[in-house]
Design a protein around this ligand. Structure first.
Ligand code: FMN
Length: 415
């Protein structure tokens, strides 16, 4: 690896209050010497450990200290946009918590809130070994990872506090090597931009009255897992998730829906306004909605408020429009490709796949969907608009990998 990855690049170095903050001066020095322009933003606590003047002397750039600095009120936005890569070195447990929970109280955390995940964001924790093992810290790091932050794991060894164990800040030379590698990858990535994906998940919900709904068993977990995996792979992903599903943590672009009508309006709006390349349609859209509630003599019972429960009721269900058939009409991208899911609960051999207007159909049987195990088959559309089995999977992870490979296959194919 040569210095060309860092030469001419803008690196934003964030520093927080750790005993290891002095190593950030070495990292700033290595980066500057290798041709990068380095700007530093520090937390207030960091200044207790290392002076802003050290960074200014080395980088030749003004060190940013807080949100309300005269002349640079918008530093949190401008610095984020300016940088080619952001590295938080060292990141204290306190700062990690602030980032994970969307706090904007320090300059580095406000800056993270303005981060659009279009460039690498690396974070190097440093702390005492007990802090490093703490479940709150682990959870915060998992959250940051799910957002797309890369954690540079600390080393094990003697710590400043006199104890020994994991928590030592990664050495500046190693951080420099990783920064160079990430800059090289992001150069390649920006040359080949990834297609936009819309994942639908969960089940629609049809109201009977204002408190009772007809719902299905979809948990929204399969679509959620796919959205997270694709987000981690660097795809721009939006998850359209049921408001009754809690499988949504860590998804950056999230839209919630309730009824089938609401679902239809939201997916239509997304397809009309965004250049979506693939829809992964795993949501269970209700086939019927409640048109009317009557008593047994056919007299309508108003569904506003809460229906009294002392009389037998008749629900009149009418079919919902088939949304899957509308997707291409709504889509501004006329080369839209669709991967849809079909769940069966009986053993009929006729899957009626022809009714799905999709490039690929992922078929699974209710009994084959469990916590980790998830068996199923993949069907691909043939030239005569029939379907042919072209793959299978046995676990959730295999399903995710199969979808990733369908996306790359679909991106290469000419329409
Ligand atoms: C001498 C000393 C060393 C510290 N070292 C660390 C450290 O390595 N990691 C850490 O997470 N906190 C450390 N702390 C605690 C943080 O400085 C404290 O939580 C502070 O509020 C962090 O704020 P900041 O994240 O905004 O910089 C240390 C505190 C002191 C007094």
């Amino acid at each position: 690896m040569s210095e060309s990855e860092t030469a001419g690049k803008n690196i934003l170095l964030l520093v927080s209050g750790s005993i290891a903050a002095f190593k950030a001066v070495s990292l700033a020095s290595f980066l500057t010497k290798s041709g990068a322009t380095v700007r530093v933003a520090m937390t207030e606590a960091a200044r207790e450990f290392v002076g802003p003047a050290s960074f200014e002397g080395i980088t030749g750039e003004k060190t940013r200290l807080h949100n309300f600095e005269a002349g640079s009120m918008m530093a949190h936005i401008e610095l984020e946009r300016w940088a080619d890569l952001i590295v938080f070195y060292p990141a204290s447990a306190e700062s990690i918590s602030g980032l994970a929970h969307g706090s904007g109280s320090s300059l580095p955390s406000a800056l993270f809130l303005a981060h659009e995940f279009k460039k690498p964001f690396l974070l190097a924790p440093a702390m005492n070994q007990a802090m490093w093992k703490h479940p709150a810290l682990k959870r915060n790091l998992d959250l940051l990872k799910s957002y797309g932050v890369e954690i540079l794991p600390p080393a094990s060894g003697p710590l400043a506090c006199g104890e020994s164990g994991e928590g030592r800040l990664i050495e500046p030379e190693d951080a420099l090597r990783i920064i160079r590698e990430r800059l090289e990858i992001s150069q390649v990535k920006s040359a080949v931009s990834k297609p936009r994906i819309l994942v639908t998940a969960g089940g629609t919900s049809e109201p009977i009255d204002e408190v009772r709904h007809l719902r299905n068993l979809s948990s929204g977990r399969t679509g959620y897992a796919l959205a997270l995996r694709l987000q981690q792979e660097g795809f721009p992903v939006t998850l359209l998730q049921s408001e009754y599903s809690f499988a949504r943590e860590g998804v950056r672009n999230l839209i919630l829906y309730s009824t089938t009508r609401d679902f239809a309006e939201k997916i239509k709006h997304e397809l009309e306004t965004e250049e979506v390349s693939f829809v992964i349609h795993s949501a269970a859209v209700a086939d019927y909605r409640v048109a009317e509630v009557t008593d047994t003599s056919g007299k309508p019972i108003g569904s506003s408020g809460k229906i009294q429960t002392n009389v037998p009721l008749l629900l009149k269900l009418v079919p919902n429009p088939k949304i899957i058939r509308e997707l291409r009409t709504w889509s501004r991208n006329k080369e839209l490709k669709i991967i849809s899911f079909k769940l069966t609960a009986d053993d009929s051999s006729d899957l009626k796949l022809e009714t799905y207007d999709s490039e690929w159909i992922i078929h699974n049987h209710l009994r084959d969907v469990g916590d980790e195990l998830h068996r199923g088959r993949i069907f691909s559309r043939t030239a005569d608009r029939g379907y042919r089995e072209t793959g299978s999977f046995r676990t959730k992870k295999e399903l995710e990998s199969a979808v990733v490979s369908l996306l790359s296959q679909g991106s290469e194919e000419k329409p």
